[in-house]
Design a protein around this ligand. Structure first.
Ligand SMILES: Cc1cc2nc3c(=O)[nH]c(=O)nc-3n(C[C@H](O)[C@H](O)[C@H](O)COP(=O)(O)O)c2cc1C
Length: 337
């Protein structure tokens, strides 16, 4: 078999994507031909059999540099085997974003690619993953630093995860390793790399900051299971021992039992988004936004988030229904603490 030639095309602002790009090269196998180049170092993609495109996130999408790179080589890329990855702060793929004045939409992790997938339908990546990243706040440029400080004022820390901290690190090594093994098995027909953990040194970094520095206030990972009751909404996030399909059929049972209309809003290869609607006390119908997702670092389990974006005075019935969903989903030994 002739050897396939690969290109990892990337852009970084603060270094996370660069660290990951060389880590991926090592995991894919230094015996294979893989060039690692920043977008602006690339003058042609023709010489390659496959291209891995890696960017960082800004405002719930890959940064403009990734769009520009794809547009520049679009027709050639359409003929290649492709893979996409992102670094980001938010790694939770059960998230739905509610902001007054904007449609409710899925966000976080791979959901940041939805716009790219819609915009460039001729490009068909064989794998997509979002890894998380690293940010040291004192190292941000002036513009980013002002923006982050403004966000800090408006959003509670648990929501954003990167406000009020000296630094945060959200990268999940298993996601990087799974992505590299996707490339090995799906593109290169190689066996998966078994001793993946030996390569994590590619991510460990002493500059511009690191998580062992005790003087710094750092991001603590949000709990997988949590219920929040706020002025703007009520939400429950949990995980259970079940597949996505079993979880979806449990939700259908829950909807039937409680007189809710359940509609599948969106389906990807890693999650499903449903909206359950019901009229409470003869009033206006309320919606419960539900996302169920598989999580590579928590194999065999499905993560679920249920959210009702309504004020406390009118959402009592929906809260009760969300609690009932939690009980049903966790029944019959599916509960994980
Ligand atoms: C102004 C600004 C906006 C950002 N927006 C998002 C976002 O919408 N979602 C997210 O998950 N991360 C967001 N991030 C975090 C970056 O995507 C993350 O730090 C990324 O890993 C940076 O990659 P780099 O170190 O290669 O530059 C944002 C960061 C900044 C500074």
């Amino acid at each position: 078999m002739t050897e396939k030639k690969g290109l990892i095309a990337y852009e970084t602002q603060y270094g996370s994507v660069a660290d990951v790009a060389y880590w991926l090269k090592a995991l894919i196998g230094i015996e294979n031909h893989v060039d690692v180049k920043k977008y602006n170092q690339i003058i042609a993609v023709e010489p390659y059999d496959y291209v891995i495109i890696g960017g960082y996130t800004r405002w719930e999408k890959p940064h403009k540099t990734t769009y520009d790179f794809i547009e520049r080589f679009h027709d050639e890329l359409a003929k290649k085997e492709l893979a996409y990855f992102l670094t980001c702060g938010e790694i939770d793929e059960t998230l739905v974003m509610y902001m007054p004045g904007r449609p409710v939409h899925q966000t976080g992790g791979r959901s940041y690619f939805m716009d790219v997938l819609k915009k460039f339908p001729k490009l068909k990546p064989v794998t997509i993953r979002a890894f998380g990243g690293r940010q040291v706040n004192r190292f941000l440029n002036r513009w980013d630093s002002v923006t982050i400080r403004l966000l800090q004022k408006t959003a509670p820390p648990y929501k954003i995860g990167w406000t009020g901290l000296d630094m945060w690190e959200s990268l999940v090594p298993e996601r990087v390793e799974a992505f590299a093994n996707d490339i090995r098995t799906k593109i290169l027909s190689l066996p998966p790399q078994k001793d993946v953990a030996n390569y994590r040194g590619f991510w460990k970094s002493l500059q511009p900051g690191n998580l062992t520095d005790k003087s710094k206030d750092k991001l603590s990972t949000r709990p997988w299971t949590a219920t929040r009751s706020e002025k703007r909404g009520y939400s429950t996030r949990l995980r259970i021992k079940a597949t996505i399909d079993t979880t979806a059929s449990l939700l259908e049972d829950w909807a039937k039992q409680n007189g809710m209309e359940l509609k599948e809003e969106n389906k990807t290869f890693y999650n499903k988004y449903f909206i359950a609607t019901k009229k409470y006390n003869g009033g206006k119908a309320l919606s419960v936004h539900i996302v169920i997702a598989e999580v590579i670092e928590d194999p065999g389990n499905t993560h679920i988030a249920l959210n009702c974006y309504a004020k406390p005075a009118i959402r009592e019935g929906a809260e009760e229904d969300i609690k009932k969903a939690g009980t049903l989903l966790q029944d019959e030994g599916r509960k994980i603490d």
